[in-house]
Write a protein of this length. Structure first.
Length: 658
């Protein structure tokens, strides 16, 4: 076995930083690769050496195996850690790494290939005696053949990409009428994400939990499991919250699931870290879903409960060492919960967001861990997954971990972009989650999202005071001296929230004394006092209470983060109205930067409300752009393959009565 001196991490962002942290602690030299979009990224600065591998698009950089191997030679790397995503489950890449004389810190190419296709994996698992969900898989199966099999299995069914994972190429189908469209979109998404449009179908197990088992195996025949993680809280088949252990799994069930996971790993001669995913129904029956032949996003909860460093163990196994722990050594201590903080708008169907992160300050505290790869002023680009960070909390009990995680999210400062921070807190505070009853239908059942966070009186009044102060300072005035010969001045404002559903709020701010203000809104008058500021943290007194909020004014816009919401507010009293460009006069504009992968209509076509006009691909997902109303397509402004910017015109649909 060749000795490892330098480890190249063939990944980016938080996972690259996390792997480098352990590698450096073990005394290894670290090497980074980066695309043009990541030239100033934290993972590049963290590494000992780094090199460019291509333009921003992932397929031309992080998914280009040849460029990564060239980079490894250029940086004198001895080993490559693939992280997760990108090439981490690409058997050809793993094989090429080994053939080039480097050590691949992961399983063998043969093991990856065995689990890389869901259809082949299920056949292998059945032979190994691992219970599987009823379904159908056949290479090159036609849509007609899939439809016949779906009728036999019975609806609802789950359509899945045979290759890949992460929720891409996956659709839940409730009836035969929905199948054709689901197959078309799943094939397109799978082909773009994984280079294969092969699909399988499975019986949809309702009211189920998503429970996965972490396994570790070495090259000497030793294989153990490290307990389970419950990943049932999901949106669009992508995980939102993960916890270890599962509140639905007792010691006996944990033992049975662990034995099944170990059997799955042994069936393919697995060595290194991996995860076997199961569906767990209400009766305690579990079914094999897939095996992820890599490190998982949610691995920190297992680390916090077991006290093990999975990346360190991956490296030791790759160097040929035996596992330093046995099954009987594994003890689950306490409970850990992880929340995935995303740049996305929950009230817009979790639409990914891109732009500059004006301020970033992760939380600190007992039992809190944050994995991230960011610094203030970094940009979240449309080229990669929009996850900002993983915020994790550990406690003696599940309830302590839950409370700590809510507090950590409250203290997380991510300013400048819409995030799911408040949505995560709402999930953690929901009665069903508190009671440990969350299934994969949790979000749809308990947290239907259809509105932006609403600004109340406290938000408007604090915003008015802070925007008044910012405006006064910008013009060289001391806001506490806003007086005339006839007394204090009443400063008028007209406030709007960007992306919110509130109507403009007209108000006036009057200085009472110092930073003590009176804010009039209609016939209502409120008093508030700004007590002080420290690194963006504003302390203020409101209705007899001393409160705090994070505030930042940038380009005349106030970014305000409070316990129950994030708000972006500006004063438009003296500004000319701007066109929103979103749906006005039947205009369809790009909701974010991305690439047009389908145009489903032509100028002159008659369309119904909700009918697809185009499909935009961004941040690994496809977003359908549909007609806002029935009418005629007046114009199409894009073509397939074109890169578009946020708010760029896609099409115009004239109303039916025009």
């Amino acid at each position: 076995m060749r000795a490892i001196r330098t480890i190249l991490v063939a990944n980016r962002g938080e996972i690259a930083c996390r792997i480098m942290r352990t590698a450096k602690a073990m005394g290894y030299r670290t090497a980074a690769v980066y695309s043009d979009a990541d030239a100033e990224a934290l993972h590049v600065r963290t590494a000992d050496v780094a090199t460019r591998i291509g333009p921003a698009e992932a397929r031309l950089s992080y998914l280009d195996a040849e460029q990564i191997l060239k980079a490894a030679r250029r940086l004198d790397a001895d080993a490559i850690h693939p992280g997760y995503g990108f090439l981490s489950e690409n058997a050809d890449f793993a094989r090429a790494v080994e053939e080039s004389g480097l050590t691949f810190i992961g399983p063998s190419a043969e093991a990856i290939a065995a689990m890389g296709n869901k259809a082949a994996a299920k056949r292998c698992m059945r032979e190994a005696g691992v219970p599987c969900v009823p379904g159908f898989e056949a290479k090159d199966a036609s849509d007609l053949q899939i439809a016949r099999e779906a009728d036999g299995i019975g609806y609802p069914v789950m359509v899945k990409a045979a290759a890949g994972g992460g929720g891409r190429g996956m659709r839940l189908v409730h009836s035969p009428e929905e199948l054709a469209n689901a197959l078309a979109t799943a094939r397109s998404e799978a082909l773009n994400a994984f280079g294969s449009d092969e699909l399988i179908i499975e019986k949809a197990v309702t009211a189920a939990r998503h429970v996965e088992v972490q396994i570790l195996a070495d090259r000497h025949g030793n294989c153990i499991h490290l307990g389970e993680r419950d990943c049932s809280v999901q949106r669009r088949h992508q995980k939102v919250l993960e916890e270890c252990p599962s509140p639905a799994v007792d010691a006996a069930l944990r033992s049975r699931m662990g034995e099944a996971a170990v059997a799955a790993a042994r069936a393919i001669g697995y060595a290194n870290a991996g995860t076997v995913e199961f569906l767990l129904d209400a009766a305690g029956h579990f079914y094999f879903l897939e095996m992820n032949t890599r490190l998982q996003v949610e691995h920190p909860v297992t680390e916090m409960v077991t006290g093990l460093d999975l990346v360190a163990l991956q490296i030791r196994v790759a160097e040929g060492e035996r596992l330093p722990v046995r099954q009987e050594d594994i003890r689950l201590q306490g409970h850990a919960i992880e929340a995935r903080l995303y740049a996305e708008a929950p009230h817009l169907g979790f639409l990914p967001q891109s732009g500059e992160l004006l301020a970033w300050k992760p939380p600190v505290g007992p039992g809190v861990r944050v994995d991230h790869g960011l610094k203030a002023s970094d940009r979240v680009t449309p080229f990669y997954d929009p996850m900002i960070a993983k915020v994790v909390a550990h406690g003696r009990t599940r309830e302590e971990a839950r409370r700590r995680l809510i507090e950590a999210l409250d203290e997380t400062r991510a300013t400048g972009l819409v995030t799911n921070r408040c949505f995560l807190v709402a999930c953690l505070a929901n009665d069903a989650f508190v009671a440990g009853r969350a299934t994969t239908g949790f979000i749809a059942e308990h947290l239907p999202v259809n509105a932006a966070e609403q600004a109340g009186e406290a938000v408007w009044c604090l915003s008015a005071a802070l925007l008044f102060e910012a405006s006064a300072r910008r013009h060289g005035h001391d806001p506490s001296q806003a007086w005339s010969s006839s007394g204090p001045l009443a400063w008028p404002l007209k406030l709007v929230t960007e992306g919110g559903a509130n109507n403009p709020i007209k108000c006036t701010v009057t200085v009472v004394q110092g930073r003590h203000y009176s804010v009039a809104h209609g016939s209502v008058r409120h008093d508030l006092e700004v007590l002080g500021e420290d690194d963006g943290l504003v302390r203020w007194r409101w209705q007899g209470r001393e409160l705090k909020a994070y505030a930042l004014v940038h380009d005349d816009v106030l970014h305000l983060q409070m316990r129950d919401g994030n708000f972006t507010i500006r004063d438009v009293l003296y500004q000319r109205p701007e066109e929103s460009g979103l749906g006005a006069n039947g205009e369809l504009r790009a909701p974010m930067n991305g690439r047009i992968v389908m145009v489903a209509a032509e100028a002159g076509d008659r369309v119904e409300k909700g009918q697809p006009i185009a499909v935009l691909e961004a941040m690994k997902m496809q977003h359908q752009i549909a007609a806002p109303h029935a009418g005629m397509v007046a114009s199409i402004s894009v073509r397939v393959g074109e890169q578009v910017a946020t708010r760029q015109m896609i099409a115009v649909v004239a109303p039916q009565n025009v």
